[in-house]
Write a protein that binds this ligand. Structure first.
Ligand code: PLP
Length: 413
């Protein structure tokens, strides 16, 4: 599918293909229970030597395989921007939609390729018909794209947004479900929540929320920024009507690429927010939400490479590895003096995000020392109930890295 100039470039840099084959063979020869497996994985990322990168919840590095393929398509596009050379991208995008659909147990026509979670969620926020008197239920731990967005629209149009407070660590799944069930009224039109929160890493009982919503015909929008590529998500089993996610987080894909799932049976209820060339009244399903004007074809195609990379392991293996690393961090960091673990330990109540409160200490000082003295790259919340340091490990982190991270935190407190 590549133009002649790109094909030649690839032949010149045939090491990329050789590396991929070697990588596949090396990984196949090692069980994932063997730490050496994860050392091989780590070497696939061009991360700076010595950098302890534990911030997957924000942005993940892309592996060399993904970067190379992205660059090859970008070069191909720029070398020959003719319609003829670009024809192939429609097919490549269709492939990405189909593969994403398989990953999420959806249908290809239920997947739109967006810029990120924020865009996907806002397409839902602004696309649903809502009027004065209607109610939308959200959580106070929702990301601004799934909280402030609703408030902005509501302040213009007069519907109500009920913001439920989140208790963390959560005592049980039921304790997360009950307040939602109680908040539902005949006026409730939407429940919009987060699969795994970026604030404290709490994982919501989405299957149960999906049932609650479905029984009452309420639209259920799920923010999947912290679950896409990290957890084995089945949107059909969850029963959500829409799910938005970014490729540049746990998927380790290109920046500014994302996906929006909208359940086929209800897609016609969402108005498109952006309409441009390519629009026809006959578009159906998620294609209606993807008429954005000129796209960055190479970037969207790089998602295909990210899916290939993920398939080297498969999501269950990724999920298990992330759990192993987070359990290690929770156990080790949680026993440091004067700290407070803000994240649940139970797998059904947590994902890849770990938040550690530091008591009365100056969080910014500890955070700065961690980067400046120890090359530890994480995230922090400076104040408020969710204050503390946030750690989010991924497949490119080894247990050695995790041990060095814990040591660095111990020395920085
Ligand atoms: C839970 C959650 N939702 C939405 C977003 C927004 O993601 P993006 O900036 O890729 O749109 C983030 C980003 O960190 C997030 O953590």
């Amino acid at each position: 599918l590549l133009s002649e100039s790109t094909r030649r470039h690839w032949l010149r840099t045939a090491s990329a293909a050789a590396t991929w084959t070697a990588l596949t063979e090396t990984l196949a020869a090692q069980p994932a229970s063997d730490e050496a497996f994860w050392h091989v994985v780590k070497r696939q990322f061009p991360l700076e030597e010595g950098l302890l990168y534990f911030n997957a919840a924000n942005v993940c590095p892309a592996s060399r395989a993904v970067l190379d393929r992205h660059a090859a398509y970008l070069r191909d596009f720029q070398a020959n921007p003719s319609f003829q050379n670009r024809d192939k991208y429609a097919e490549l995008h269709a492939k990405v939609r189909a593969r994403t659909a398989r990953l999420l147990r959806a249908r290809p026509d239920e997947i739109a390729l967006t810029r990120n979670t924020s865009e996907g969620t806002n397409l839902i926020v602004h696309g649903l018909d809502l009027k004065r008197g209607d109610e939308v239920i959200v959580h106070d731990h929702n990301h601004p794209s799934n909280l402030d967005s609703w408030l902005v629209r509501a302040s213009r149009e007069g519907f109500a947004v009920r913001i439920l407070p989140v208790t963390f660590p959560a005592p049980s799944r039921a304790a997360l479900l009950e307040p939602i069930a109680k908040a539902i009224t005949p006026q409730t039109k939407v429940i919009a929540t987060t699969h795994v929160t970026n604030t404290t890493g709490l994982r919501f009982p989405v299957d149960e929320i999906g049932k609650l919503a479905q029984q009452r015909g309420i639209w259920f929008h799920l923010d999947g920024a912290q679950s896409f590529g990290a957890l084995d998500v089945d949107v059909t089993a969850v029963g959500c009507d829409s799910y938005a996610a970014s490729a540049h987080k746990w998927m380790m894909g290109p920046l500014e690429a994302g996906v929006l799932y909208v359940r086929a049976a209800r897609a016609a209820q969402v108005w498109p927010s952006i309409v441009s060339a390519g629009w026809t009244g006959r578009l159906t399903g998620s294609a209606r939400f993807e008429v954005f004007g000129q796209r960055d074809d190479a970037r969207l195609t790089a998602l295909d490479a990210a899916l290939d990379f993920l398939e080297l392991f498969g999501l269950p293996k990724v999920e298990a590895r992330v759990r192993e690393l987070t359990i290690y961090l929770k156990d080790q960091l949680g026993r440091l003096p004067g700290v407070e673990m803000r994240t649940n330990r139970e797998p059904e109540l947590s994902g890849g995000v770990v938040k550690l409160g530091l008591g009365p200490r100056n969080i910014a000082q500890v955070y700065d020392a961690l980067y400046q003295k120890h090359r530890v790259a994480i995230a922090m919340t400076g104040s408020g109930p969710t204050s503390g340091l946030r750690f989010s490990p991924h497949v490119y982190n080894t247990l050695d890295d995790a041990a060095r991270l814990v040591d660095a935190v111990r020395q920085s407190l």
